[in-house]
Design a protein around this ligand. Sequence first.
Ligand code: SF4
Ligand code: SF4
Length: 171
Amino acid sequence: MSDWPGRGEEFDLVRLPGNPRMCETVKEFLNRQRKFVSQTKWPPGTKFECKGCADCCTWYFIVMSVDEELVKQLYARAKYPSGFWEKSSQEKIRVGMPGFSFMGVIPTDQDEYLRVTGKTWGYWVLNLKGNVVLYNPTPCIQLTEDKQCAIYEGRPRVCRVYSCRRWPVIA
Ligand code: SF4
Ligand code: SF4
């Protein structure tokens, strides 16, 4: 949990971005991530089962590497660098905060995921490891009302290989 910004400190709510299209603030996102991380501390070898909650199809995050110089620039602009991102072109994402933006390259399978699922915008935060965490709060356009994948046989590779560690199978 130590790699999330603001641990043990209050967030500067004035600096956090707001967007009426989104129902969740960055602070709420970070709190949700902390809770998620705390749920993943299981011993090696633990097996997990899917309970069909569809959370993995509803919200999602990608970790993107950025170089040291950019990290310095981001910290020079804000104590907790954060803002919005949007998909720009194939394998590229535009990441922005007030008065500053840069382009990021995402892995091919993640690009496919964003394209197929229609998740093309969201929040980002810089974590203390110097990675940009791109968070997408939107449900996948392929998710049906009864929480099924409408393109299950043809779903992206990232959906096929996703390893959920939410529900351990306790013998
Ligand atoms: S893989 Fe995990 S998050 Fe996704 S539906 Fe199953 S239990 Fe829920
Ligand atoms: S494509 Fe299917 S499996 Fe992948 S996020 Fe969307 S609904 Fe879920």
